[in-house]
Structures are given as structure tokens and as C-alpha cells.
Design a protein around this ligand. Structure first.
Ligand code: GPQ
Length: 834
């Protein structure tokens, strides 16, 4: 165990001279310095965009000091680090997050106020870093946040997409995609590192090493450069600053001097265009594998650069390669980074000269793998011919991994040919395919699902045989979590103030268990009133946001019923809109007097559909068509309003989530691995209407069954229903049939547009069991309305829920990973007064 240096023993650099100043005049100087020196402006002549940039750069200076300190310290004490490899990091905005973490929000507010700006407006100038699709990418961002806040030495690794998640516009009710040019203006939250650049090879051929039968030299002329950009991750209440290292494909090495000299100026840069494309765009698929060659090359660029970087850092320790697993734990965020496994083997064997057995031992002790879905369309498979062409050496290594694996299985279960066929990493289809989930599983020492039910399901389905072969202990559960920094402290200031009052200080931000003290206030009438007022204020803020983004005026006194997430058949936004149609029908049957007695409701949708996912896009069109008719119906007025908020994003979620009364998480049982927005809604005092699926189940266990509205069939019943519906017509109940009829009578425009959505149920086998769950869904809505009308009961539910949510802090998830998977410990940077 290396000795931990202290500030006095001369070994450790003294940072005290660069203490972060809280002095408003000093902060002002640094903002003005950036304004004049970085952006060539004068304080008398700036707009809010420039005020944002200058302020953000001055905050960044302070973060970078701590970034250096953190990494220098972790290097010095020889700390083991975790590397969280993810093709997606859905970060959102950073400015406000950094101000809160550094405790400088008041000070910057004052400085900006002095020059005539309001901090909230300045915060609004920042564009989201939207380098992810949905839950998987946001989870990665919450996890690096928790690592920093809990002082774990760890980095995220990802890609710096030039265009992030597309921007969604709604035109004539349809989703239209526009590019997300987020890097068009300077990005204060990245730090370019041209000195950290690695070459990454593609294509080419292999030459066998005459010295050794299993070593190869891989020769190729197609070499791209991957350059690092570091994104600091502010830790709240700690000096530690985390890091996300993002790779960008560098272009200038592909300049063709021969062409240039012969006068072909355009042709000389042809390579640049090709190189740029590798990190140009984020693939906009959620829970679906695209299978494009470009995506494979993107994945490999990522894996190769990351492994080279991790090994470069390891070599500086001068320890033998067999110590790598003692210095580095690598987590694979789904199968997208799985090529890191053969890449590490390749480097260890071909470049470092290790034997297969040595390299294999190091590799499997280093990697662990998280599965995030069991949807068949999301399972990554790459055709062998494609892999063989692009990465010939890796294809050979994968064959070897498979061979050795099958040999051990054959020894364990002699003569079981069927078993070998089922578990082979190579699927014997035409063409053959590499099953990436199997490769990731075999190459890792731990495999986990993301909620208890999901981890059970994967053990019974895709990894069933692997459990039998490799043992139960390898397959574990790590229920997801969310960061309380962003998903309470930042997005819900009024409720946060109440929590701080109850706890006595802000310590709950890094320790959600403290919220159990809320239970003591449950019968404090004054407190309950302020609790409700906080929710009400958030609803008014959202009503304002809805008005500016959609032009629709909604009443903040109605029940806010929210479903925001990627649009996907398994998430069943379609079932939601069918129930809205049925509700509309019922309201139309009533007399005006009766109608006014009904609970007023605003049904809020938001979410993006993958650009190539036609059904999901039609669902968006249906929602907008229904909204248009209902919102324009004077008889209905405020009794029912339907809103589709365009361009859902992390920032939009920060407005929407704190304002919900009820939120819907209604996937067909067994299909949503976990869900994470469900946790955010409940943490913000909203109640869930949901199926017995994913983390809904564990949320129910924690907050109590009275605090959650469950409905629908159970996961173990799904297979039988599906089987029945393959051979029998679905029988929609009267309510669902009414919704179909309304659509087919052209109530919401041309029925032809929506017939395919009805057909998917009535003729397509109703794979997601809408006809099965609809009756209990309508019942659950009734139960929600009744409960909401009992105001006192509702406030109690809301407070109790928040009090009992500590399990769903990502700090808890990260601590479990650290202790059970990564074997790393918190290493708080010595307190140097920073
Ligand atoms: N998830 Cl495979 C995604 O957001 N994208 C994906 O491509 C895959 C999974 C989600 C999953 O659907 C949610 O249930 C999880 O809560 C989330 O990953 C994080 O684990």
C-alpha cells in the first residue's frame, strides 16, 4: 500500500495559493478578464450570451484547478480508478450545476446583477450537451456525478459528437428533425488536449509473427487520430472534480501532400471529410441497434483510443501488466463498448508480448458489463464479414475467445451440441454474426442488470445458460439511481429549501437517507401547506414553459398528468393517448354542469422518436391531432387539455419533472429494464401511475403500496398472453373500442393516417398487450382521480414518497458498484482550502 502524501511532507504540491475566492470583487475581475481577453468585449457592450460565456469561463478556471489537484492526487497515491465506458453521456447544462457545487451561486448572481443581468436568464443561454438518447446516456452522466461527489477516483470515457441528439420540431403535428449544432458557439465545459491523441487503425491485413504462433502484426494504411477533450464534472461539497474524456476524430493527419502538390487542393483534404464523419453524429436510436458499418467504426475508434489511454496511464506506474486489474476497473455501459475486450487482448498479446492465458486473465479481471435491455431489436450483432473486413485482427481474437470458451463448456457438459450452439459468441446464421452481449459476458467478471426484476429476467432468458456454466455469483443486480444534485437541488429550488429546513442543513444533497426526517413533519399543517405551495409554484413555472413552447394555455390548478420519455411501442404512449380519447368521449356525453364537476386535467407528453421509427412518429402525430381537437373544443375548456411539448431534453425535464402530480411509467411488464425518470418524479413529490415493471416495483417497495398506482398484467403472464394473441383476435373492451371508433370516424383528421396503429393491435398480435391492460389502466386512472380529490391524502402521499426515496440516489448505486464490482475506495483530495 503506497503511503498517502500529506501537505507537510514535501511530496505534495501546495495548492493553497490558488484557493477559490468567494470575494465578489475578485469574481467580477475574472469575469471581466474573460470578457475582454477571451472574447474581446467591454463590459459596457455585451449581451446575455456573452455574459454567460465570460461567467462560465471564469467558473471553469476554478474547476480546472481542482481537476488538476484531483488527478495529481490520485496519481500520487496510486489509487485504483474506475473507467465508465459509454457511447452516450446525456449531460445537459453545466453552469448552474457548477455554481451549486462550488457554492458560488449567490456570488455570481451578485456579479451579474451589478452589470444588469439576471442569473436565471444567463443560465438559460447555455445549450444542453445532448450526447445521448435517453435513460442509458443520462444514467452515465448521473454516475460520473456520483463518483465525483462520493470521491471515487473515476473517469467517464465517451465520444465528442459534433452533432448531438437532433432537435425535434413539430410541424403540422409531425416530428421533424433538425441538427443539433451545439458546438457552433464556444463550449466552456470542455478542455481540448491536442497532446493526448492516439492513432486508430482500420482495415488492412495480418502478418504472422515468426517468433510466436499466436502473435500477429496488423498492417494498415487507414489510420485515424482520436484526440481527447476533457469535460470536468464538479463534485458537490467536495474538492474532488471528476472527468469525462471524450474523443474527437482528428483530421489533419489525413492531408494528402502528394495531391496538394500536384494542384488537387480539394482532393488533398478528401481524407479529412471521411475522418470527421466518425465522430460527427450520435446515432439517434434508443433501445434499437442500427447495424451500420459507420457505427461499428465509431465504436472501435472509441474503444481503441480509450484502451490506449488507460494503458498509457497505467504504464506510468511502472507496475507489471499483471497488475492492471489492481489499478483499473472498466465498466461497459451496455454492449456498445464491447470491442474494448478484444482490443485489450490485442494490445497485451501483439504489442506487449503476453501469452493468451496471461492476457485473458488480465482482461476478464478488468472488465464488467451492464445490460440495459432485453428487447430483441436492441441486441447488437455484427456480421462476421463486416468485422473481418474492418478489424481483421479483432475478428481472429473473437474466434479464439469463442473457441476457448466452447472448449471449456464442452468439458463441463460433454456432448451437449445444442448447448454449444446456443451459447456460441458466433451465431451460425447466414452470414454469421457476432453476438456482442455474449462477448461482453464472457469477457467480464461481473454482469449486471439495472433493476431487481430485470436482473432476474436476464438470468432466466439471454444469460440462462451462462448462469449454469459460469455460476450464479457472476450475475448480479445494481438498481439504477439518479443524482440528487441535478434532480432535486438544482431543478426544484423551493422543495430543496424545505428539505434543508427539515434536515437543518444541505447535507441531504450528498446523503438522501436524511430525508427520512420528513416523516416527522407529516402532520405539521404549516409545513404541508408550504409543501403544496412549492409544487404549485413548479406547476406555474411549467404552465409558463408550455405557453412559450406550444402556445397552449393550461391551468396550473388542474392535475398535471405527465408521460415524458423516448417514444417507443413498448413504453405505450399509444395506450395513454387512447385513454385520453376515451376520456374525451365520456366528457362529451356529459351535461355542462356534470362536466364542470369533473377533475380538471392537463395531459402532458414529450419525447423524441428515432428518425427511422415510423410507428413512433405516427404516435406523435396522433397525440398532436388529438390535442388539437380537444384543446379547441369550447365545451371541454379547462376540464381536459392535451399538450405535446417539443424537443424533450435534460433541460426540459428539469422544468417538467418537479411540476408533475402524476407521471406515467406504463411499459408492458418485463420490457422496461428499470426506468430512471420514475425515480426523478417521485423524488420531486409526484406520484406514479405504472405497471409492475422495472424500478417501479422497487419504488413501490420503498415508498409503500399506498403511494403508487399499479395496474396491468405481470411479467410472468406476458408470454401466455402473447401466445394467445398470436392465434386469436384481441378483444378490446368497450372503452378501447370507443377510442378506435372515434379515430375511425375521422374525429382527429384522416383516419387512414392512424389505421396502422390500430392494425398493430387488431391484426399484428398486439405484441405490447394494450388490449389486455386497457381495462385495468382505465380503473387505475379512476383511482388516481379519487385520491387526488382527497387533497390531504394526496399531500401525505407526496411527502411520504420523498421521505422514502433514498435508495434511488445514484450515490447508493455507485457505492454498490465500487464495493462489489470495481473494488475501489473513496479518495477525498486532501483539504487544501480549495
Ligand atoms: N436504455 Cl439498451 C436506453 O435508454 N437506451 C438503450 O439503448 C438501452 C436501454 C435504458 C432502458 O430502456 C431503461 O429502462 C433504463 O432505465 C436505462 O437504460 C438505464 O439503465
Amino acid at each position: 500500500q503506497p503511503k498517502t502524501p500529506t501537505r507537510d511532507d514535501g511530496e505534495f504540491r501546495d495548492y493553497s495559493h490558488s484557493e477559490i475566492s468567494r470575494d465578489v470583487a475578485t469574481i467580477k475581475n475574472s469575469v471581466v478578464m474573460h470578457l475582454t481577453a477571451t472574447f474581446l468585449r467591454t463590459p459596457a457592450n455585451i449581451d446575455s450570451g456573452q455574459a454567460y460565456l465570460a461567467s462560465a469561463f471564469s467558473v471553469r478556471d476554478r474547476l480546472l484547478q481542482r481537476w488538476n489537484l484531483t488527478n495529481e492526487y490520485h496519481d500520487k497515491i496510486g489509487a485504483k480508478r474506475v473507467y465508465y465506458m459509454s457511447l452516450e453521456f446525456l449531460i445537459g447544462r453545466t453552469f448552474d450545476n457548477a455554481l451549486l457545487a462550488l457554492g458560488l451561486r449567490e456570488e455570481y448572481s451578485k456579479v451579474l446583477g451589478d452589470v444588469g443581468f439576471c442569473l436565471e436568464d444567463i443560465i438559460d443561454e447555455e445549450r444542453d450537451a445532448a450526447l445521448g438518447n435517453g435513460g442509458l446516456g443520462r444514467l452515465a452522466a448521473c454516475y460520473v456525478d456520483s463518483m465525483a461527489c462520493s470521491n471515487y477516483p473515476g473517469w467517464g470515457y465517451g465520444l465528442r459528437y459534433k452533432y448531438g441528439m437532433f432537435q425535434q420540431q413539430i410541424l403540422n403535428g409531425y416530428q421533424v428533425e433538425a441538427p443539433d449544432c451545439w458546438l457552433d458557439s464556444p463550449n466552456p465545459w470542455e478542455f481540448p488536449r491536442p497532446d493526448v491523441t492516439y492513432p486508430v487503425k482500420f482495415y488492412g491485413h495480418l502478418v504472422r509473427d515468426p517468433q510466436s504462433e499466436h502473435r500477429f502484426k496488423w498492417e494498415s494504411n487507414v489510420v485515424y487520430d482520436a484526440m481527447a477533450f476533457d469535460v470536468p464534472v464538479p463534485g458537490y461539497g467536495t474538492t474532488n472534480v471528476g472527468n469525462i474524456r471524450l474523443w474527437s476524430c482528428k483530421t489533419n493527419t489525413l492531408f494528402d501532400l502528394n495531391k496538394f502538390n500536384s494542384g488537387d487542393y480539394q482532393g488533398a483534404t478528401g481524407g479529412q471529410v471521411a475522418a470527421q464523419i466518425l465522430t460527427d453524429v450520435l446515432y439517434p436510436n434508443d433501445n434499437t441497434s442500427e447495424g451500420k458499418e459507420l457505427r461499428l467504426r465509431q465504436e472501435y475508434l472509441f474503444c481503441s483510443a480509450t484502451m490506449q489511454d488507460i494503458l498509457a496511464r497505467f504504464r506510468k506506474t511502472n507496475r507489471p501488466l499483471s497488475d492492471l486489474p489492481d489499478m483499473a476497473a472498466i465498466q461497459l455501459n451496455d454492449t456498445h463498448p464491447t470491442l474494448a475486450v478484444p482490443e485489450l487482448l490485442r494490445i497485451l498479446i501483439d504489442d506487449e508480448g503476453l501469452s493468451w492465458d496471461e492476457a485473458w486473465e488480465i482482461t476478464t479481471r478488468t472488465f464488467a458489463f451492464t445490460n440495459h435491455t432485453i428487447l430483441p431489436e436492441a441486441m447488437e450483432k455484427w456480421p462476421v464479414p463486416m468485422l473481418d473486413k474492418i478489424l481483421p485482427r479483432h475478428m481472429g481474437i473473437i474466434y479464439d475467445i469463442n473457441l476457448f470458451f466452447l472448449q471449456t463448456v464442452e468439458k463441463q457438459f460433454p456432448g451437449d451440441r445444442e448447448l454449444l450452439r446456443k451459447i456460441s459468441i458466433i451465431e451460425e446464421s447466414n452470414p454469421q454474426q457476432v453476438r456482442m452481449a455474449f462477448l461482453a459476458c464472457v469477457g467480464s467478471h461481473k454482469v449486471n442488470g439495472v433493476a431487481a426484476i430485470h436482473s432476474d429476467i436476464i438470468k432466466q432468458t439471454i444469460f440462462k445458460d451462462f448462469v449454469r456454466i459460469q455460476g450464479e455469483a457472476k450475475f448480479i443486480n445494481k438498481t439504477n439511481g439518479v443524482s440528487p444534485r441535478r434532480w432535486m437541488n438544482e431543478c426544484n429550488p423551493d422543495m430543496s429549501a424545505l428539505l434543508t429546513e427539515v434536515v437543518g442543513d444541505r447535507s441531504w444533497v450528498n446523503d438522501l437517507t436524511k430525508l427520512n426526517q420528513l416523516e416527522d413533519r407529516i402532520s405539521d399543517a404549516g409545513f404541508r401547506e408550504r409543501w403544496w405551495a412549492a409544487k404549485q409554484k413548479n406547476k406555474e413555472r411549467l404552465a409558463e414553459y408550455i405557453l412559450t413552447t406550444t402556445g397552449i394555455k393550461v391551468s396550473a390548478h388542474a392535475l398535471f398528468d405527465v408521460q415524458v420519455k423516448r417514444i417507443h411501442e413498448y413504453k405505450r404512449q399509444l395506450m395513454n393517448i387512447f385513454s385520453v380519447i376515451y376520456r374525451y368521449y365520456q366528457l362529451k356525453q356529459m351535461s355542462p354542469e356534470q362536466r364542470e364537476q369533473e377533475l380538471h386535467r392537463v395531459v402532458i407528453f414529450a419525447g423524441k422518436a428515432a428518425s427511422g421509427y415510423w410507428v413512433a412518429k405516427q404516435v406523435i402525430k396522433l397525440i398532436n391531432s388529438v390535442a388539437e381537437v380537444i384543446n379547441a373544443d369550447d365545451e371541454i375548456g379547462d376540464v381536459l387539455k392535451v399538450v405535446f411539448i417539443p424537443d424533450y431534453s435534460v433541460t426540459a425535464a428539469e422544468y417538467i419533472i418537479p411540476a408533475s402530480d402524476i407521471s406515467q411509467h406504463i411499459s408492458t411488464a418485463g420490457t422496461e429494464a428499470s426506468g430512471t425518470s420514475n425515480m426523478k418524479f417521485v423524488l420531486n413529490g409526484g406520484i406514479i401511475l405504472g405497471t409492475v415493471d422495472g424500478a417501479n416495483i422497487e419504488i413501490g417497495e420503498e415508498v409503500g403500496e399506498e403511494q403508487i398506482f399499479f395496474f396491468g398484467c405481470l411479467a410472468h403472464e406476458v408470454e401466455d398472453f402473447r401466445h394467445y394473441l398470436r392465434f386469436n383476435q384481441p378483444k378490446p373492451d368497450a372503452a378501447l373500442q370507443t377510442a378506435f371508433d372515434m379515430i375511425q370516424r375521422n374525429t382527429f383528421g384522416d383516419a387512414q393516417l392512424f389505421q396502422p396503429l390500430i392494425d398493430a393491435i387488431m391484426r399484428g398480435g398486439d405484441v405490447y398487450l394494450l388490449s389486455v391492460d386497457f381495462p385495468s389502466y382505465i380503473q387505475a386512472h379512476k383511482a388516481v382521480e379519487e385520491a387526488y380529490r382527497n387533497h390531504d391524502e394526496w399531500v401525505t402521499k407526496s411527502i411520504l414518497s420523498v421521505a422514502r426515496m433514498s435508495k434511488f440516489s445514484s450515490d447508493r448505486s455507485i457505492q454498490e458498484y465500487a464495493e462489489e464490482v470495481w473494488n475501489i475506495e473513496p479518495q477525498p483530495v486532501l483539504n487544501c482550502g480549495l
